[in-house]
Ligand binder design. Structure first.
Ligand code: PEP
Ligand code: MG
Length: 293
């Protein structure tokens, strides 16, 4: 079996009828880049940047972050690297953020909400990302979006950051792709308007399932109810895909569901442009795509 998968390296992700799809990999730290390359992923579809914050005793500096993002970009040698801005809060707590205990952390002060309330934290990360963009094909993705207003505020902050870097004489790419996670039902419902504002969507099925079904993804007692194949969840993904494509944008899936081979044909039918999975799932998924009609 291993040998068969080995033979798929360098092959296209194309169905029997000629439909193509990108297969990227998810990573949680720098050490994973080797397995992304070894498994012949077309890019990195989700780089969970929060490890930088989780592993640190204080806020990681711009230089520390820049060095990590630059290394990933260089190692991926021109392949797309989608870095998600910090998704702290909820299940990922970091002491030095000084976040208060909350009754409902999954519905609480987390991710983009922290970034918009504390723009100095956000700007440090954005500066590092833009500076690293000179070394590869970085794209930036924002988590837990619920509204067009949030995206406009993000873009205002991005504009400020670029202006500052320009004045300071840093090299960076002007045309970085900016995308958002589709992981709340609100984002799905306003996805047509969101699609006008961004370059791409990436569906976070882990949270989208949690929020659509009102089931805590951390509560193992509810595992029997946490059904990511629920028609409501699949309907949301389809709707987001239609919105993206109607505005000429592309859409990927980076939640666990992307690696569910029993849904690959469903995703192909939705014309999903990219699936991002654990590095070890890249070749099994390529095999599945190549066997599909
Ligand atoms: C998701 O919610 O599906 C996702 C990819 O993000 P995370 O699992 O890090 O919340
Ligand atoms: Mg998520």
């Amino acid at each position: 079996k291993k040998a068969l998968l080995e033979e798929l390296k360098g092959k296209e992700n194309v169905t029997k009828s000629g439909q193509k799809i990108h297969i990227y990999a998810n990573i949680g730290n720098l050490g994973d880049v080797g397995s992304v390359l070894k498994n012949d992923a077309g890019g990195i579809g989700l780089f969970r940047s929060e490890f930088l914050y989780l592993e640190s005793e204080t806020f990681p500096t711009e230089e520390q972050q820049f060095s990590v993002y630059k290394t990933v970009a260089e190692n991926m040698a021109g392949k797309r690297v989608i870095i998600r801005t910090l998704d702290i809060g909820a299940d990922k707590q970091v002491g030095y953020f000084g976040l208060a205990q909350e009754e409902n952390p999954a519905l609480g002060y987390r991710a983009i909400r922290i970034c918009l309330k504390q723009p100095e934290i956000f700007k440090t990360q954005l500066r590092a990302l833009y500076r690293a963009s000179a070394y590869g094909q970085i794209a930036i993705m924002f988590p837990m979006i619920i509204s067009v207003e949030e995206v406009r505020r993000i873009k205002d902050i991005v504009r400020e950051v670029k202006e500052e870097l320009r004045e300071e004489g840093f090299a960076f790419r002007e045309d970085l792709e900016l995308g958002i996670m589709i992981e709340t039902p609100a984002a799905v419902m306003v996805s047509r308007d969101l699609a006008k504002e961004v370059d791409f969507f990436s569906v976070g099925t882990n949270d989208l399932t949690q929020y659509t079904l009102a089931i805590d993804r951390q509560n193992q007692k509810l595992d029997d109810f946490y059904d990511a194949h629920h028609p409501a969840v699949l309907g949301m993904i389809r709707m987001a895909a239609e919105s993206a494509h109607a505005e000429g944008k592309w859409i990927g899936i980076c939640g666990e569901l992307a690696a569910d081979l029993s849904l690959t044909e469903v995703f192909l039918d939705m014309k999903i442009d990219e699936l991002s999975v654990a590095p070890s799932m890249v070749l099994p998924l390529r095999k599945k795509v190549r066997e599909s009609l």
